[in-house]
Design a binder for this molecule. Structure first.
Ligand SMILES: O=C(O)COP(=O)(O)O
Ligand SMILES: [Mg+2]
Length: 230
């Protein structure tokens, strides 16, 4: 499998560059505790991440990944989401870490002349501080959150918006992520996609989504891009 002529690398955030599950799990459980509900182990909460904080909160309230219409009222979910935001703001990413070789890998790709962008389903308000914590704020030419546009991944809109903003056609972009939402968004945008197996994908192997290629380590992905994209 080869790729060529790529200029833009669009990265997912949670589960791809950073392991944010410990903080997201703490914030989720703090919200549940405030509401007098049972808390959940981190391994359960990991499988509820990927579609933004609203769905994470709703999944935690009903205790399962599939939330049916009518399971919750809008008011209930609004209130719980507010509590989650307060808890996550207070926690402030204290247990969030970068995956191995992400820092050096991003810098290597940036130095090689690639344009880097970030498209996460996380609400945008939480993103700048985390980027700053890792010193990545100047690496990304465009940063989109799950609430930056009316639709989020797996919709192609945030990816296509980034391309338009940067004046780069989708054919010259690659979407890189850990979740089916990333791979589907990339495929919906007619982009090549690269999967990473170590993140959060509802317990499913990312290879089942048929990305252009998949890797178990970030360093291997960086090497592959540098070698195959002439
Ligand atoms: O907030 C989420 O649900 C996941 O965020 P991500 O798109 O950066 O993986
Ligand atoms: Mg992710």
């Amino acid at each position: 499998m080869t790729i060529d002529n790529k200029k833009l690398l669009i990265f997912d955030f949670d589960g791809t560059l950073i392991d944010s599950v410990p903080d997201l799990a703490d914030a989720t459980n703090a919200m549940l505790t405030t509401l007098g509900k049972d808390t959940y182990p981190i391994d359960t909460i990991r499988n509820w991440i990927g579609n933004g904080s609203r769905l994470l909160v709703e999944r935690a309230l009903v205790g399962k990944v599939d939330v049916a219409e009518g399971d919750l009222t809008v008011e209930e979910a609004d209130h719980a989401e507010q509590l989650f935001f307060e808890a996550y703001t207070k926690i402030g990413g204290s247990k969030t870490i970068a995956y191995p070789d992400v820092d050096s890998g991003l810098k290597k790709l940036h130095a090689a002349g690639y344009t880097l962008a970030l498209v996460t389903n996380k609400p945008i308000r939480f993103v700048p501080k985390i980027l700053q914590t890792f010193g990545w704020q100047d690496l990304f030419s465009e940063v989109m959150g799950g609430d930056s546009l009316p639709t989020k991944k797996p919709d192609s809109a945030p990816l296509l918006h980034v391309c338009t903003q940067l004046g780069i056609i989708p054919d010259q972009a690659i979407m890189i992520g850990d979740s089916k939402n990333d791979i589907l968004a990339g495929q919906n945008a007619n982009m090549d996609t690269l999967g990473l197996s170590y993140g959060y994908n509802y317990g499913q192997d990312i290879r089942e989504l048929n990305p252009t290629a998949a890797f178990d380590h970030f360093a291997d992905l960086v090497e592959w891009i540098m070698q195959t994209n002439a």
